[in-house]
Design a protein around this ligand. Sequence first.
Ligand SMILES: *Cc1c(COP(=O)(O)O)cnc(C)c1O
Length: 474
Amino acid sequence: MKRRMAEPYKIKAVEPLTMLTYEERKEALKQAGFNTFLIDSADVYIDLLTDSGTSAMSDRQWGALMVGDEAYAGSKSWKKLEAAVREIYGYKYILPTHQGRGAENILSQLKIKPGDYVPGNMYFTTTRAHQELNGATFVDIIINEAHDSSIELPFKGNVDLQKLSNLIQNVGPERIPYVCVAITVNMAGGQPVSMQNLREVYELCHRYGIDVMFDATRCVENAYFIKEREAGYSNHKIKDILKEMLSYSDGCTMSGKKDCLVNIGGFLAMNDEDLYARSRELVVVYEGMPSYGGMSGRDMEAMAQGIYESIDDHYISHRIEQVRYLGQQLIDADVPIVRPVGGHAVYLDAKQFLPHLQQEEFPAQALAAALYLDSGVRAMERGIISAGRNKETGEHNKPRLELVRLTIPRRVYTNSHMDVVADSVISLFEKRNQISGLRMDYEPPTLRFFNARFSPLSENQELIAAEENVVSTQ
Ligand SMILES: *Cc1c(COP(=O)(O)O)cnc(C)c1O
């Protein structure tokens, strides 16, 4: 018998949730133009929009806020954060930033020259934007399987070493300032990279004198997958796995808003003294003094404490298992989701969920809206709307994956909340034929997914047809 695991914490402060009626949700959805980004947080019951900056802090973190040292220079809280990163992540030099993209900006400016190539295991929006702003071309070197939602692989975030070495041969190592390896890969669904792959990438790069910089945003989650799936690691502590992983890199950018269990913050870390000296100069220009970098003293206290809590074996095990707990309920009900379930989110495959809709009828957007209408659960579209339009032709970019992301905040919801989400998704799946597509009434010129507005395509302008009006197709 597989013994169940409960949340490895008990609740000390609660935030009451709003539960609107169906009619109220219908009105809120209409007001929001059927776009979940435009729904007020006060109207949401369970918020699975993102895991970024939405973690619940512990009593120790809240306590640490009180001892934050807000000195402009030489803050004690910075020393604490610096020591935590050195101890747990193992890098020599650390600089604070306001969040992950602050670190990406500085790293990209210092390492990239126009005409360079930066290979990565799938892109991330802000990471690639900073690389391109500095004149680099991003090259995707993730294994092909990562682009297929149905293939089950233990380490679907791995770098394809052949792709990497081909690129090195084709453009020359001097045109590759560094290789960016994300652990886990957000855009592939939170898929992990194996220790062996990290080791091999590092060896290959160092043979050519190329640095390896990690996007370490979800590195603790990656460590858990290694413990679970890679031979030789099942008896290791998460802390030790993490240390070994990060030893196969020359530095990292970090968004503290994910695995560091805080609501804001980040850092840039490296082992190279010269890069550190130059980074310090830029931190002052863009972020703040090298002893706070856009964070308040109390933010740094909370992050230092969060770093220690994040590597607790019980915490991380429950974290990953909770995401899987939701995913497994959907799999058991035959709901199409991205497989295997990754570290921070469950992704519904909207193309398979709503096969009666064309991609131009925005199935993922419609499904996210229907989910809110059904239960007040807020998710996010990751499909044709997020992909935008082709700059030359003006046509919609049509990504292969048309997904709804259910992102689980850390330590915020219990498995009972996951049950509510699962029930809602399964109930929508049972009446999927009744869910209508959407038309876009307002399309912003850039990053349209944030502010676009929609209305239902059905004749009666309802997103989910009332049961009695529907001729069952089964
Ligand atoms: C969130 C995120 C970032 C950017 O971090 P911010 O703190 O949001 O600036 C970079 N990479 C990945 C993989 C992320 O998920």
